[in-house]
Design a protein around this ligand. Structure first.
Ligand SMILES: [Mg+2]
Length: 119
């Protein structure tokens, strides 16, 4: 069975580029435009093998999503954050994420990061 990745990202161009790329790589991809959408999606879908999480988003940002996810599901699924911040490592630590990748990133680096962390 194909592995499932949930991408949470408010910039649609990035979101759909990543989705298309990962589908070509054989993943099943779920998408959400903010943390709130993602929480709702998780209530009616299988637990993904990895969550790719943007930090700055409207409605429910990456910090809020991570807190809500961990409170409800604990570490059932690894979270990798995508952020342009210079302090990406610290941000990942702050929200208890498994790993991080700095924006902008190339798709091969992303794929490598996913493979290192996915269940
Ligand atoms: Mg954003």
């Amino acid at each position: 069975m194909n592995k499932t990745i949930l991408i949470i990202e408010d910039e649609e161009e990035i979101l759909y580029t990543l989705r298309d790329f990962l589908e070509i790589e054989g993943y099943q991809v779920l998408t959400a435009l903010n943390g709130f959408e993602a929480i709702q999606l998780l209530e009616k879908s299988v637990m993904p093998n990895l969550i790719l999480l943007d930090m700055k988003m409207p409605i429910m940002n990456g910090w809020e999503f991570a807190a809500a996810f961990l409170a409800k599901y604990d570490h059932q699924c690894p979270i990798v954050i995508t952020t342009a911040a210079g302090d990406a490592a610290q941000r990942a630590k702050d929200i208890n994420a498994n790993d991080w990748i700095s924006k902008p990133f190339d798709l091969d680096t992303l794929l490598e990061k996913i493979k290192q962390n996915e269940l």
